[in-house]
Design a protein around this ligand. Sequence first.
Ligand SMILES: Cc1ncc(COP(=O)(O)O)c(C=O)c1O
Length: 394
Amino acid sequence: MHTDKYRKETQSIRNQTPRSDQREHATPIYMTSSFVFDSAEHARALFANEQEGNVYSRYSNPSCDEFVQKIVALEGCEDGISTSSGMAGVFVSMAGILEQGDHILVSRSLFGSTHQILTGIFPKWGISHTYVDIDRPQDWEAAITSKTRMIFVETPSNPGLDIIDLEWLGELARKHQLILNVDNCFATPVLQNPADYGADLLVHSATKYIDGQGRAIGGVIAGKSRYIDELRFFARHSGPAMSPFNAWVFSKSLETLQVRMEKHCQNAAELTERLQNVAGITNVKYPFHPDHPQYDLARKQMRAGGGIVTITLEHGFEQASRFIDSLKMISISANLGDTRTIATHPASTTHSKLTEEERLKVGITPGLVRISVGLEHPDDIEQDIRQAVKQSQS
Ligand SMILES: Cc1ncc(COP(=O)(O)O)c(C=O)c1O
């Protein structure tokens, strides 16, 4: 059941696979690898694309379709596909379109595995890239060549929380007829919709805020139909399909995404204020704090500052390690976007495959700790951080 007449928040709750004759309220999980045909002729017609319908869950599945249609509504896009992980989404969104000889322009602040695709996999297939810095917009146009087909960015970036001007980027992509592809994982569709600025494709790791409770791995790509059609062909035959069970988890989670994001943002903004001037922390970074270098831009294109705060410990790696080891409640994990607050040391984990020089260029210093602020009481989050900072100084 599609409910286009409602606002997108309502659609993310009410868009549901048609109710069966069992009269269930919550949507069932279509945990099936294949679908039966009414007849030999029905099977032939489905395979010949003369009729629409489910054939095999690597191609399509009602649980996955329900999840995708909610994301498409929330992002204001034309179409989408789900993938087995966020990285499968990132990979498919590039590899499904780019050809040998193509070039991709990329913002330097990127998730570690995306960097690995660009530097460790694509060169084998003759796809090249150029990294550009967000604080040097003049470099972007100069880096575009006759081979450039796509621009890929993360905003806010993981873990540096750099913000890229989507309006400016949309215009640049249009001017040079490039495909603009945005990893919208940190903002979620609740805080930012890249399609409003002309993004052709956007990618999410559903593993993060979309699940929101640290249970399942998944990804989703949304965007313009002409590109999604190409990616659907690529994904159907190369096979990074989302499990129907995970799609069901994500679809149910989308019903609460709006309220969870409001509280994540509220807790993160509160924590940012409370951690100012704590001895041992030299920097607290948050997109909606006036000290953030792109504060005005963040306020222009995001509805709130998100759930991630970074802190920098004064004495680098040693202190960051002691800080993490001293945490009592906050989880030490590489995930983010969970109801439970998580601390991650990017330089030694998620971004450890980058060289030190590459890390420093995107602000990943040895003392940087990423805090994915959860939904616990802000007093408890603050107290745990304060006591761990204190311990880390001794
Ligand atoms: C910004 C960003 N994009 C993509 C991914 C990859 O997602 P997944 O772990 O679901 O493959 C992550 C994971 O941390 C991420 O932070």
